[in-house]
Design a protein around this ligand. Structure first.
Ligand code: HEM
Length: 417
């Protein structure tokens, strides 16, 4: 059994208390590739353990080396999927290696053209304004509940060409998959023997797949300028997406496209509330918004970690890793590595360069990055215009998850005219 400092960065409950910066700093300094035990969590059994990678350089290297660190072998979540679910989970683009990954990526990339995404700017601006106008006169708000849980799902529903009222379904599905370890969001089904059903297994996703089928059929009959229509009609070198591929991609968009932005918006507001100087500076000079969005993504990366599996014996920061072992990269630790970022614990809305890894790196780099940045730019522009300095007005409640850096409750107050 490998020996590493007794530092736990696995337990999802730890992240509900805040980012364990001291633990990560110790790992970066003493054991940048450290063994982590995977104890049982609630009804979920213990796992076989994994290597936690915490320095920027090694995180980047793992993400850029899919030949050594596979997304396909054991998929990309820390918890191993049930053996019988693995073939199903591997049909998602996120959990593929070349050449299948390349084939699918070429087929879906066109749907996210800048031209198409920019079309949604106006409607997204109106949505952000309306939501903020409702809370502004009250002088206080629990931001996720009042504003930022709904905006990303409303924006994603529009992007996919879904009726606006169906966005509640998006929230339900993403809570089930991402919030499964969270006391507030969790909604864990049990099988006939009382065991918890993996939220990423086909059994837990039947209603979402039925919806995806129906939406795809509708877009075949009545195409519009939205992502789902583009996907059902995508053709590259005579190839198109199969019905199953389309459903799996819809599933990925539901989770990748909501809980991430849903984390970035309150995460950025919390950072600004805790740094009044940055708030004032940004209000005085909105041209800093571009670098501020990148700094928010560094400071509060919506994705805490991603998993890979070693395909062969490989050495990382002097640590030998055996074929088949799990390797988990921590974006949230890499972003505070002083070897890459000068004064990483300074929130600097003008930081440049800022080579953060919030959208990943390498072949799986986020396909929705432009859409996410657009949503953040719009939201923070409207937020800064409408609200004076905000202050935290009670306990911040975070998502219990070692994957998504979610904020369930963020009570705020501000002065009203
Ligand atoms: C701030 C918001 C977002 C963050 C931080 C984020 C982060 C990420 C990260 C880290 C990955 C790489 C996964 C890996 O290394 O295995 C990824 C992949 C992906 N993201 Fe995002 N994402 C965001 C928003 C979105 C949105 C809005 C969409 C779609 C509308 C989206 C769609 C995707 C897709 C399809 C992939 C898979 C790409 C592939 O496997 O080739 N993401 N995202």
């Amino acid at each position: 059994m490998p020996t590493s400092p007794a530092v736990n960065v696995f337990d999802p409950a730890i992240f509900a208390e805040g980012i364990p910066h001291d633990a990560f700093r110790r790992l970066r300094d003493e054991a940048p590739v450290a063994w982590q035990e995977e104890h049982a969590v609630g009804p979920w059994p213990a796992g076989r353990g994994y290597w936690a990678v915490t320095r920027y350089a090694e995180v980047r290297r793992v993400l850029a080396s899919p030949g050594d660190f596979s997304s396909w072998a054991g998929a990309t979540q820390i918890r191993d999927p049930e053996a019988e679910d693995l073939p199903f989970i591997r049909r998602m683009i996120l959990n593929m290696d070349a050449p299948e990954h390349l084939r699918l990526r070429r087929l879906v990339t066109g749907a996210f053209s800048r031209r198409r995404l920019e079309q949604f700017r106006e409607a997204m601006t109106a949505r952000a304004r309306q939501a903020l106008d409702v809370v502004a006169p009250h002088g206080r708000s629990d931001l996720p509940c009042d504003v930022t849980d709904d905006l990303p799902v409303a924006n994603l529903a529009a992007l996919l060409g879904m009726p606006a009222s169906d966005r509640r379904l998006l929230l339900r599905w993403t809570n089930r998959v991402i919030g499964y370890q969270d006391p507030e969001h969790g909604d864990v089904a049990r099988d006939s023997r009382g065991r918890p059903v993996n939220p990423r297994s086909p059994a837990a996703l039947a209603d979402m797949f039925a919806y995806a089928d129906e939406l795809a059929a509708h877009k075949r009959r009545a195409p519009a300028d939205d992502v789902m229509s583009a996907l059902v009609h995508a053709r590259v070198d005579g190839e198109s997406l199969t019905g199953d591929e389309l459903k799996m991609f819809f599933f990925l968009l539901v989770i990748a496209g909501t809980d991430t932005t849903r984390s970035a918006l309150p995460g950025g507001v919390l950072a600004l509330a805790e740094h009044p100087d940055a708030y004032r500076r940004l209000r005085a000079d909105p041209r800093l918004l571009g670098t501020a969005v990148e700094e928010i993504l560094r400071w509060h990366p919506p994705v805490l970690s991603f998993r890979r599996t070693a395909t062969r014996e490989v050495e990382l920061a002097g640590t030998p890793i055996r074929a088949g072992e799990k390797v988990v990269v921590y974006h949230v630790s890499a972003h505070f590595d002083e070897r890459e970022f000068p004064e990483p614990f300074r929130f600097d809305v003008a930081r440049e360069p800022n080579r953060h890894l919030a959208f990943g790196h390498g072949p799986h780099k986020c396909l929705g990055a432009h859409f996410a940045r657009l949503q953040m730019e719009i939201f923070f522009t409207e937020f800064l215009r409408r609200l004076p300095q905000v202050e935290v007005d009670g306990p911040v409640q975070r998502l219990t998850s070692n994957f998504i850096n979610g904020i369930n409750h963020l009570p705020l107050r501000w002065a009203t005219p």
